[in-house]
Design a protein around this ligand. Sequence first.
Ligand code: GDP
Ligand code: MG
Length: 162
Amino acid sequence: MDPVIALVGRPNVGKSTLFNQLTRSRDALVADHPGLTRDRQYGVGKVGERPYIVVDTGGLGDDPEGVEAGMRAQALAAIEEADAILFMVDGRTGATAADEELAAHLRRQGKPVWLVVNKTDGVDHRLATADFHALGLGEPLPIAAAHGRGVAGLMDRVLDEL
Ligand code: GDP
Ligand code: MG
């Protein structure tokens, strides 16, 4: 099966925006992939000739006390079934407690993770990414999902390393 890449992160960081960029068309929605549940939104995309499956998830919640249990379970299940994770954070807000909580889970989990800093349109990339080195998940990679900026390069890198 093609590699399964999960988009995870707290609400509003731009997961669904990136999902749409990565899949581009509703026709691309996965119809029948054995082993994948219907609870999450799947799509297919391609970098060059290399296909992948991408999974959009609900957020893991902003307030550790007030997380929506269902959404949280869904995101954790998506991480479980993925071959690789794109962990999205918001370059305009900096790292939050929810980001740190999710980062800790991903570090323990041990799957390949790329730390994707979204919303870097119109901001200094160095400043926007600076806050996220401390999450301990490698080099923060700036993109602007809404404009597709940095997205092709990101996916090249991910598929090269998978
Ligand atoms: P999700 O909750 O993580 O799925 O986030 P969404 O994809 O729904 O996006 C949340 C908000 O961030 C929306 O208003 C998007 O338009 C906005 N957004 C997403 N990507 C970008 C980006 O690259 N730049 C900016 N400035 N806004 C973005
Ligand atoms: Mg969404």
